[in-house]
Design a protein. Structure first.
Length: 83
C-alpha cells in the first residue's frame, strides 16, 4: 500500500468518524472537521508525498478554507442580524 492509498484510507476513516460524531444535521461543523483532518494529514505526510499528491491536497485545502470563510461570514452576519 503506497502513501497515497494510506492518505485516502485515513481521510475515509476520518470522514466516517465525523459523520458518526456530528451526524448529517450540522454541515458547517462537518466541513470544518474535514478541513482540520485534511490540514493535519497534509502536515504529517508532507515529507512523504509526491508533488502531484501534495498539489491535489493543497487544492482541497483551499476549497475548505473558502468554505470556512463562508461559514464564519454567515455566522457574523447572523449575529449582527443582517441576514
Amino acid at each position: 500500500m503506497n502513501i497515497t492509498q494510506k492518505i485516502a484510507l485515513s481521510m475515509t476513516v476520518w470522514t466516517g468518524l465525523c459523520v458518526a460524531l456530528v451526524g448529517p444535521y450540522d454541515v458547517e461543523l462537518f466541513g470544518i472537521l474535514l478541513l482540520i483532518g485534511l490540514l493535519i494529514t497534509r502536515e504529517l505526510t508532507s515529507t512523504y508525498t509526491k508533488p502531484e499528491t501534495a498539489l491535489r491536497m493543497d487544492s482541497m485545502i483551499y476549497v475548505g478554507i473558502v468554505f470556512f470563510i463562508a461559514v464564519v461570514a454567515h455566522r457574523i452576519l447572523s449575529i449582527l442580524e443582517i441576514l
